[in-house]
Design a protein around this ligand. Structure first.
Ligand SMILES: Nc1ncnc2c1ncn2[C@@H]1O[C@H](COP(=O)(O)OP(=O)(O)O)[C@@H](O)[C@H]1O
Ligand SMILES: [Mg+2]
Length: 238
């Protein structure tokens, strides 16, 4: 579904993403883990076409991520929700529905509002919402067009426990529908039992790649080792 080859992204002289390559298979939930500043958001923004790669290629379902056609194949849900202050919650979904030609959008929007406790917020303007509510609206906007690939950057930040549970359920439902879900996070417990595979990033490089079980075996740890312990082990400074 997604093929990244030799991707490098520099900001002036500093390298944020340093020649990384990986492939995401259809129907997989893949976690992109790493400490702050590892290059997770830069990687995701470059895939989404919001940053220009210095080197490397990105293909989404066989087409370059730069083409307009590729942009219809994924949703990018940013770390910080970007909403329009003067649109209501419902109008955001309407806007997305028109842009992506979503059929029967009102029914679909109501189902999402129900799941995210936004039914009584749908006529509120975005600038009247709390940070967590904005994040929920941003997630709903990403889910509405029902694309094949989802790029979530730190989706759980700011969400309440119910919304976190709902989001995890949605990730599993997307997987069952054969969709591909890529989730960056530095919060390990939220994805430990969710991801088919984990990529660990540190200072722009992918330093580990595999299932949680594989990473445990590689480190020769007991199977009782938590993802957090693995994470601290692989990302520790020598
Ligand atoms: N717009 C930018 N301009 C300059 N440096 C940036 C910019 N965005 C990110 N960086 C740098 O790139 C590195 C990776 O950042 P980022 O991808 O946001 O990491 P993460 O999402 O893993 O926390 C950091 O060193 C950060 O300071
Ligand atoms: Mg980030």
């Amino acid at each position: 579904m997604l093929i990244i080859k030799n991707l490098t992204k520099r900001f002036k002289k500093s390298i944020a993403v340093d020649n990384i390559s990986f492939v995401l298979k259809k129907g997989n939930i893949v976690g992109l883990l790493g400490p702050n500043g590892a290059g997770k958001s830069t990687t995701i923004k470059t895939i989404a076409g919001l940053l220009r790669a210095n080197e490397g290629t990105i293909e989404i379902d066989g087409i370059s991520n730069k083409s307009l056609k590729a942009k219809r194949l994924f949703s990018y849900i940013p770390e910080l929700p970007e909403l329009y202050d003067m649109l209501t919650v419902k109008e955001h979904l309407q806007f997305i529905a028109y842009a992506y030609d979503v059929k029967d959008w009102e029914t679909k929007a109501q189902i999402l509002f129900e799941r995210y406790d936004l039914i009584d917020k749908q006529d509120k303007l975005a600038n009247e919402l709390s940070k967590g509510m904005k994040q929920k609206v941003s997630i709903c906007c990403g889910l509405l067009p029902n694309p094949d690939l989802y790029l979530f950057d730190e989706p759980m930040i700011g969400l309440d426990p119910k919304a976190i549970r709902e989001t995890k359920l949605i990730f599993q439902e997307l997987k069952q529908q054969g969709k591909t879900v890529f989730i960056s996070t530095h919060l390990l417990d939220t994805i430990e039992n969710l991801c088919d595979r984990v990529l660990v990033m540190k200072t722009g490089n992918i330093i580990a790649d595999g299932t949680v079980e594989e990473l445990k075996t590689k480190l020769g740890e007991e199977s009782s080792t938590s993802l957090e312990e693995i994470f601290l082990e692989v990302t520790k400074d020598e």
